[in-house]
Design a protein around this ligand. Structure first.
Ligand code: NOJ
Length: 592
């Protein structure tokens, strides 16, 4: 296929400034009314995604799984979980996406499989020393009878990182015990994943999101296992390459191999790595010889203050320049507290903020009062700032509705292994609060107790609460309970309200595509002088070339005091503006 140009962007580089919408499939749209979102549900809502104006969707794992970790425990990488549909449904979904001009990205989980994956079952059956066992990381235990784990590493979800099997050996799992780590020193593992990349590429998938991309290669040989630091799993990462488990230099060879596979296709398949490495190492994963792009999580970590966002933007752009790629901007995903809630919590010194948000969820949302008006106002300002930046923007399902974290899901309804593994102690509620199924239709609410915001269609396939009350079987309750306040955020309500978060997202996405992305220009100019000196450190302001001429200025005011709106035509603002000033917690786009 010729490398067509769309505006200033070549077809092969569609991803460089794309807006990607993350779908957590089990909580997006339930088309068959069984309480679980599914692939036909995605197809059904393609019109919604097109109207939103996204360039691509990324689907978190939809593969067969025992759901020990929300689908990140994959039993079969080349299939669809039967509860979510069939391969034919997937093909139909890809067709519908492409017909709507939307690319499809799937999640690849190469660090670990499910313990029910056929390779792990073969490894268990074949026994110690077998080639089958060598595809995973098995080691003998310590102690007289090998009754102690090989060392004291703790898994990311709590509890030991080693699990003992019936014949006495132990296997490594950096995450849940149902997620044994693969041995990437074994060539068969390489072949297995290349097969998977080709399988989905052949089915028309445009790209891949690579789960814990920095974890695959481990150094378990350079010294006896019990001489490695006991905190290797949780230790902060530097750039020395000395951690035995994360960000090993050898991991890059894998992505060079994968690049060859991506380049077998026209246009080459895209990839973005999830690599929680030191910011100075991100560019390695994003190199065009490797994955091409890597998540930059600095926005997700930033406190609501100008200095944090300014630094995050500078670091992101510098890293992109170093890799020769573009960066990514992420405020929310399925692993972090929703940003509308984070911004409505007390704001303290940078970095510690992240801890407050986590703490709040862990303690049932009771330890602080979330100020929703403030959270919403800041979330509106934040998305306009984010969408004005060069690079890719990743939107997590529901943020376009302004959803807040559901911090009070009852303990016995939680699914996340972080909660399940600690439920005895009841310390960590985990990540389910951002994974509650989306509210599509508020409808009539005759009986609040049974209300489920129409996440699922009735078994008759009808859509809308009214149909159900007329005798259609009621859909099963969503797999995670939706709180009653979700009614105010239902898609049909927001579609009818020109001041809704959804309306803001739609308007900003359209304008971004038309005026910013279309130029193909990824430059940004900081505007140092547009605010009075006393407020300069409370403002983030930059300019980008506009497709229709001139410059688009984006100004966000994080301070208490209003700042002047720059001269020019106001194209969009996060809240209505009066008297030519930009109040606190607001963003404006001005054409100058
Ligand atoms: C990162 C994923 O985003 C997270 O949800 C998952 O628990 C871990 N990787 C393990 O696969």
């Amino acid at each position: 296929m010729a490398d067509e140009q769309h505006g200033g962007v070549s077809a092969a580089e569609w991803w460089k400034q794309a807006v990607v919408y993350q779908i957590y499939p089990r909580s997006f749209k339930d088309a068959n009314g069984d309480g679980l979102g599914d692939i036909p549900g995605v197809t059904k809502q393609m019109g919604y995604l097109e109207a939103l104006g996204v360039d691509a969707i990324w689907l978190s794992p939809f593969y067969p799984s025992n759901l020990a970790d929300g689908g990140y425990d994959v039993i079969d990488y080349r299939n669809v979980d039967p509860r979510l549909g069939m391969l034919e449904d997937f093909d139909e979904m890809v067709r519908a996406a492409h017909a709507s001009g939307i690319k499809v990205i799937v999640d690849i989980v190469p660090n670990h499989t499910s313990d029910c994956h056929v390779m792990f079952q073969e490894a268990l059956a074949a026994g110690p020393g077998s080639p089958e066992r060598d595809r995973y990381i098995f080691r003998p235990g310590r102690g007289e009878a090998g009754e102690l784990p090989p060392n004291d590493w703790q898994s990311s979800f709590g509890g030991p990182a080693w699990e003992r099997v019936a014949d006495g050996e132990w296997y490594l799992h950096l995450f849940a015990k149902e997620q044994p780590d693969l041995n990437w020193k074994n060539p068969e593992v390489h072949e297995e994943f290349k097969k998977t990349l080709r399988f989905w590429s052949d089915r028309g998938v445009d790209g891949f999101r690579v789960d814990v991309a920095h974890a695959l290669v481990k150094d378990l040989e350079s010294r006896p296992l019990d001489e490695f630091p006991a905190d290797a799993v949780s230790a902060p990462l530097d750039t020395s390459g000395s951690n035995p488990l994360w960000d090993r230099p050898e991991v890059h060879q894998i992505y060079r191999e994968w690049r060859e596979v991506f380049n077998e296709y026209e246009p080459p398949r895209f990839a973005v790595g999830e690599a929680w490495v030191h910011p100075d190492h991100q560019y390695l994963y994003a190199s065009p010889e490797e994955l091409g792009q890597v998540f930059n999580f600095e926005f997700a970590k930033a406190n609501w203050c100008a200095a944090d966002f300014h630094r995050a933007i500078e670091e992101g752009l510098a890293s992109a320049e170093r890799s020769g790629s573009t960066t990514t901007w992420v405020m929310s995903n399925h692993d972090v507290v929703r940003h509308a809630s984070r911004y409505g919590l007390p704001q303290v010194a940078a970095r510690a903020h992240h801890q407050i948000a986590t703490d709040w969820v862990l303690r049932d949302g009771a330890s602080y009062i979330e100020d929703r008006a403030v959270g919403e106002r800041r979330a509106r300002a934040a998305i306009l700032m984010e969408l004005a930046l060069p690079g890719s923007v990743y939107i997590y399902q529901g943020e376009e509705l302004g959803l807040f974290e559901v911090a009070d899901i009852p303990w016995d309804r939680l699914e996340d292994p972080q909660a399940v593994n600690t439920s005895g102690a009841r310390q960590i509620k985990g990540r389910d609060g951002c994974r509650v199924p989306l509210p599509w239709c508020a409808g009539d609410l005759p009986e609040p107790a049974s209300w489920n915001a129409n996440f699922g269609d009735g078994a008759t396939g009808t859509f809308g609460f009214a149909d159900r009350t007329e005798g259609a079987p009621a859909p099963a309750a969503p797999h995670l309970p939706q709180p009653l306040w979700f009614e105010d955020f239902a898609v049909d309500r927001e579609e009818a309200d020109p001041a809704s978060m959804l309306a803001l997202y739609r308007g900003a996405l359209q304008l971004r595509a038309r005026e910013l992305t279309a130029t193909g220009d990824t430059g940004l100019t900081w505007l140092e002088d547009i605010t009075p000196e006393a407020q300069a450190d409370k403002v983030v302001a930059f300019g980008r070339p506009a497709a229709s001429g001139g410059t688009i200025l984006c100004v966000t005011n994080f301070g208490e005091t209003a700042v002047p709106v720059p001269e020019g035509e106001v194209l969009l603002s996060s809240i209505p503006l009066e008297n030519g000033v930009l109040p606190r917690d607001a963003t404006v786009w001005v054409r100058a």
